[in-house]
Design a protein around this ligand. Structure first.
Ligand code: SAM
Length: 159
């Protein structure tokens, strides 16, 4: 399976880079995982509603430009669907079974995802009603993808 994680902004923190590199390496035998970064728009505190929509739209267009037409898109959104790790594992297993070899997870920028990205998404995924920084979200996501593959293979991993 080819998994891409399409994200907004450049990852700077070393500890996050190390964590993501570790899980990407562990995922090596199961899937090819690629993190694709698109540039973020400046988003100062005082933006109007219209300007916020414009920021999300510009970032969203860049995100969509990185997603292949045949990819199954899962948008990470606070108001998305909450799933257990087992459910995510099942979803990935079903996608593989039905020949969907390209899966793109999408993480928004500081203002979230645009309507056009949410419209393109085949599914949404919420990790809780809490707001996580988008950069930390990458690490949490890649760990859960790794966990999903371990579950699907019936291999031991932390409970
Ligand atoms: C800082 S958050 C954006 C917050 C923004 N106010 C919103 O409502 O989307 C940046 C991105 O991280 C992801 N994210 C943050 N918390 C999340 C959660 N609990 N579940 C799923 N994705 C989350 C989403 O993709 C979001 O667009």
């Amino acid at each position: 399976m080819n998994i891409s994680i399409v994200t907004v902004g450049k990852l700077k923190e070393k500890y996050l880079k190390q964590g993501i590199a570790e899980y990407t390496k562990r995922l090596g035998p199961f899937a090819k995982v690629e993190v694709i970064e698109v540039s973020d728009e400046k988003a100062p505190e005082n933006l109007s509603e219209t300007e916020m929509i414009q920021v999300k739209k510009a970032e969203g267009d860049r995100i969509l430009g990185k997603i292949s037409p045949d990819a199954h898109v899962i948008a990470l959104a606070i108001d998305g669907k909450m799933k257990t790790s087992e459910q995510l594992a099942h979803d990935l297993d079903q996608l593989a079974t039905y020949g969907k070899s390209k899966v793109a997870f999408v993480i928004g920028g500081s203002l979230g995802l645009s309507e056009n990205v949410l419209k393109r998404a085949n599914d949404t995924l919420s990790f809780s009603k809490m707001t996580f920084p988008h950069q930390l979200m990458r690490l949490i996501l890649v760990e859960q993808i790794y966990r999903a593959f371990k579950i699907n293979r019936g291999e031991p991993y932390h409970k």
